[in-house]
Design a protein around this ligand. Structure first.
Ligand SMILES: Cc1cc2nc3c(=O)[nH]c(=O)nc-3n(C[C@H](O)[C@H](O)[C@H](O)COP(=O)(O)OP(=O)(O)OC[C@H]3O[C@@H](n4cnc5c(N)ncnc54)[C@H](O)[C@@H]3O)c2cc1C
Length: 439
């Protein structure tokens, strides 16, 4: 359907979970708005993830407050398509004004009148507010150390779908956050020889003393942390909901057959070099794991909860050989490695957003999503307001704050003093008269 030139109060760009949450809160506030999505609702969950992906948090947690997952036990982990279906159902629940298949090409501030001109694949839109909900994970990032190597296929985790997709041979997975670790585990279980390059990470227990880590991060206030702890800027989180959910345990992965290696340092003539920090990275991950158990025990004691002790959670497996005698370099061809999977994260693309809301590095300049360009907002970004901001649970709360901000601005703008109110009354035909006229 052509969009043509439309005037709207608020335009939301993107209909992933962030755009859907935004639309719900704008609707509640009575703000006229339109959501444009270039693909389908929650497309990233449908087609930009590997086949077996399930949510990292249980269904009771990884959802919006207003709707439960249909036909899924609260403690189960929703498959990626169930997550996409969920957001479609959520959007139809309140008739979200979403137009799919429409791409926003540019946003520019108007010079002689209020608001923004938005060029889309189907026409022009005039909007007073623009909310950028295009997601934190748009462009797969492969670090510049990667070089082409004959006989070795290199893909980003965003392109990985399943083990059958890969050619015969061993695999090097670079990056051991939730994506890298889950992909490495799946490949090893499918019979592949796997090398996993492990950097700095946190690895909370999947569950402890009958409560999931999502619950623990909630009651301990960690989802609400407002800033990354100093020194933790490059620390990923390794969690998994796969196979009913389990704690990510690098020693267990090594005992199952995965060869752990340190942070990937360089590629040179088919030889990959790894930093000698594997043991340190594993030790730091263990410290983080044990610290959460300590904090959980203290919380239980403080609140007098009757949750069973779980001393076995503190028993760590013996150090595997690859940890005590780490490989520092690997000749890929000699080791039979035919594929390298870069699970090294994503960046954003705001080339279409031609307003003063980005810093010199192209990163959004904002406070809790309210940008430096009046009228432009961001939602869904990591640490937008807190640790939970880029996750399903957290984005809903940030969206409420932004909708409140827009509604407040509209209220200020609608203010008229006594003289202006009188003028407006005088210029309008009397209600009684017009009613009498109709009757
Ligand atoms: C592998 C992986 C697993 C994850 N697992 C979990 C999990 O288990 N639990 C959890 O809470 N979070 C998880 N996340 C994090 C987060 O929930 C997802 O990344 C989620 O998709 C982010 O939602 P979003 O709406 O912010 O962005 P997206 O889902 O990326 O949605 C943005 C939308 O904007 C559209 N768009 C972009 N540009 C334009 C444009 N110019 N015009 C129109 N439309 C545009 C895109 O098509 C897209 O549909 C995971 C992330 C990844 C990468």
């Amino acid at each position: 359907m052509p969009v043509e030139t439309v005037q709207i109060d608020t335009l939301v760009v993107g209909a992933g979970q962030a755009g859907v949450a935004m639309s719900e809160h704008l609707s509640r506030q009575g703000v006229p708005h339109l959501v444009l999505e270039r693909n389908r609702i929650a497309e990233a969950w449908r087609t930009a993830r590997w086949d077996s992906l399930v949510a990292n948090g249980p269904a009771w947690h990884d959802r919006f407050p207003g709707l439960e997952f249909e036909g899924l036990a609260p403690d189960a982990f929703a498959a990626k398509d169930q997550v996409a279906d969920y957001f479609e159902a959520y959007a139809s629940k309140f008739n979200a004004p979403i137009r799919t298949g429409v791409e926003v090409k540019s946003v520019q501030r108007n010079s002689a009148r209020p608001g923004f001109t938005v060029e889309t694949s189907e026409g022009r839109i005039e909007a007073l507010h623009v909310v950028v909900a295009t997601g934190p994970f748009q462009r797969p990032v492969i670090p510049p150390i990667a070089t082409q190597m004959a006989g070795v296929t290199q893909i980003h985790s965003a392109e990985y779908r399943n083990p059958q997709q890969l050619s015969e041979g061993a695999v090097l997975v670079v990056g051991a956050g939730s994506s890298g670790v889950q992909i490495a585990d799946e490949l090893q279980r499918a019979g592949k020889q796997v090398y996993l390059s492990v950097g700095a990470h946190d690895r909370p227990p999947r569950a402890y003393r009958k409560r999931d880590f999502c619950w623990w991060l909630g009651v301990l206030g960690e989802w609400d942390a407002e800033a990354v702890q100093p020194g933790k800027e490059h620390v990923t989180i390794a969690v998994s909901g796969a196979r009913g959910g389990h704690t990510v345990d690098f020693r267990r992965l090594a005992h199952d057959g995965i060869t752990l290696v340190g942070l990937t340092q360089s590629f040179d003539a088919g030889v990959v070099r790894f930093e000698s920090n594997l043991a340190e990275n594993i030790a730091r991950g263990d410290e983080n794991y044990l610290a959460l158990l300590d904090a959980a025990d203290a919380y239980i004691a403080r609140n007098g909860l009757d949750l069973p002790l779980e001393p076995q959670a503190r028993e760590l497996l013996p150090d595997p050989h690859c940890l005590t005698q780490p490989i520092l370099e690997l000749d890929l061809v000699a080791a039979g490695v035919s594929t390298v999977i870069w699970a090294t994260g994503y960046s954003v693309d705001y080339s279409w957003l031609q307003v003063d809301a980005l810093d010199a590095n192209g990163k959004p300049r904002h406070q809790r999503g309210v940008s430096s360009e009046p009228g432009v907002y961001f939602v869904g970004l990591p640490w937008l307001s807190r640790r939970g901001s880029a996750f399903i649970w957290g984005v809903w709360h940030d969206a409420r704050h932004i909708a409140d901000h827009i509604a407040k601005q509209r209220t200020y703008l609608a203010y008229r003093d006594a003289g202006e109110r009188q003028c407006e009354r005088d210029s309008q035909p009397s209600k009684n008269n017009s009613l009498m006229g109709v009757r």
